[in-house]
Design a protein around this ligand. Sequence first.
Ligand code: FAD
Length: 543
Amino acid sequence: MEIVTEVLVIGSGIGGLYTAAQISKYAEVTLVTKKEKSESSTNYAQGGIASVLDSRDSFDNHINDTLIAGAGLCHKDIVEMIVKEGPAHIKELINLGARFTLSDSSNLDLVREGGHSFPRIVHAKDLTGKEVERTLIEYISAQKNVAVLENHLAIDLLTEHNLTNLKDSPSENLHCWGAYVLDINGERVIKIKAKATVIATGGMGQVYLHTTNPGIATGDGVAMAYRAGARLSNLEFIQFHPTSLYNSGAHSIREQAFLISEAVRGFGGILRNQTGERFMTKYDSRLELAPRDIVARAIDSELKISGEDFVYLDITHKSSSEIKDHFPNIYERCLKEGIDATTAFIPVVPAAHYICGGIIVDSFSRTSINGLYATGEVSMTGVHGANRLASNSLLEALVFASRAAQGISEQIKENSTVLPDIPDWDETNVISPDEKIMISHGERELKQLMSDYVGIVRSNLRLSRAARRIKTLNLEVEEIYKKTKVFAALLELRNLVTSAYLIVKCATLRKESRGLHYSLDYPELNKAGKIKDTIIQNKYQKS
Ligand SMILES: Cc1cc2nc3c(=O)[nH]c(=O)nc-3n(C[C@H](O)[C@H](O)[C@H](O)COP(=O)(O)OP(=O)(O)OC[C@H]3O[C@@H](n4cnc5c(N)ncnc54)[C@H](O)[C@@H]3O)c2cc1C
């Protein structure tokens, strides 16, 4: 089956929905999303969106805060751009119907988060992402020229590689004309041809054992773009949240870890190892209130020394009524896991939260492949550098989604894109999957090795061990992929393995510790020479 559309958008988080909303003003959009439309990291974002909306605040403040967090790797011109263009998009969201929390009858309630020098976080209580998703889904649903296909999983991009044989495939000046997409319920692969394609598939937290990301975050967009030959960057910079409830994500292979918010440490929570020792005294004079990456590294070090799976967060010295009053949600969730936080320590582990790197895009979200755009967490815009400032990701997604729409508008006006004939998905000689056990086993193995060797603290030895195991997993998965009728879990495992490979590759290229990347072999910043983004591109082209 073939669908021809003007613009194909892949993903229905803030990146995909806001791009589609903007494009719908001038062109026809087909949006595919691999589950139901609201299932996305966006839907779980709690804190909010950073933006300068108070006259006592300034663009310079927000720019400086972002540059400090980014540890020397932010692209300053791009930071300036998103900070300055941000407020207009908050207003647009409000015009579209978003109900953000107000401090009085007319002013937004702006709060402060770690790393921000001024209260500038726009929020809808602690359910900001849900409100943004609701608003954008409602808007999109009312647009006649936007077709949304749920349970449709993009497999691979349509490029020159689909036209020519492997040896003749060019590696530069490539074009994208859409994607092969698995209709999950219909169990068939359709070809969607488009003049412009936008990847908005979010992050890859599911490559790790513990992650705050939902099950959809399997790195599909980065993996697809890599296979197609796009340029990628800075995938070594993974932000880990120091405290998620241990085992809260372990009931099934793709569950999300439950966050134990920073506020619990702010409230007086004490981190203890399994012998009961308050270990932060060994790591930082600010103890439990040291910055996120330092606390996460300290926990990781304790776990590596002891071989245990978790440390404890202790708030039992606080009164029961205070705990229940301040943290009703956390208290209830712990109880569900059999932990009464008023009398027992809470077992916690760091969890993968956000990836700063991704598909390289320019200021109009254009990737290195003609006709291919990327917005949201999947992209590397230059905003975050080596570490993301809290609440800057939703802001980045808004600004770059709007700019993608401008870029695509120009491309469509030029009217020079001709869609070539592209063969249908070939399912001859494939067999139906007989045993799916290898898929879940492979995913568990990958998550374990990534957490053990490519987590918060890396070393040359750990990275090379991980690389060897990933290579073997990759061979096994590719073998099944080539022989079997495709299904979602197989395609996602394939993308997870590719994402893991890319993280290890970037981490191996960085011979220093900077921002979110810490290596025992290079514990210092590299102060010699120009500070560089790590850049990778697949020269082996898949047809
Ligand atoms: C728990 C949590 C709290 C957070 N809090 C904040 C916060 O307060 N402020 C902030 O700025 N950021 C926050 N973040 C980060 C922020 O939410 C994300 O970076 C952002 O929402 C990503 O948006 P996105 O559109 O790029 O991806 P997502 O929102 O993850 O959407 C990706 C979409 O792509 C679809 N998809 C994926 N692969 C395919 C495929 N192959 N085919 C078809 N569809 C596909 C998915 O189903 C989904 O619809 C938080 C993240 C988490 C997990």
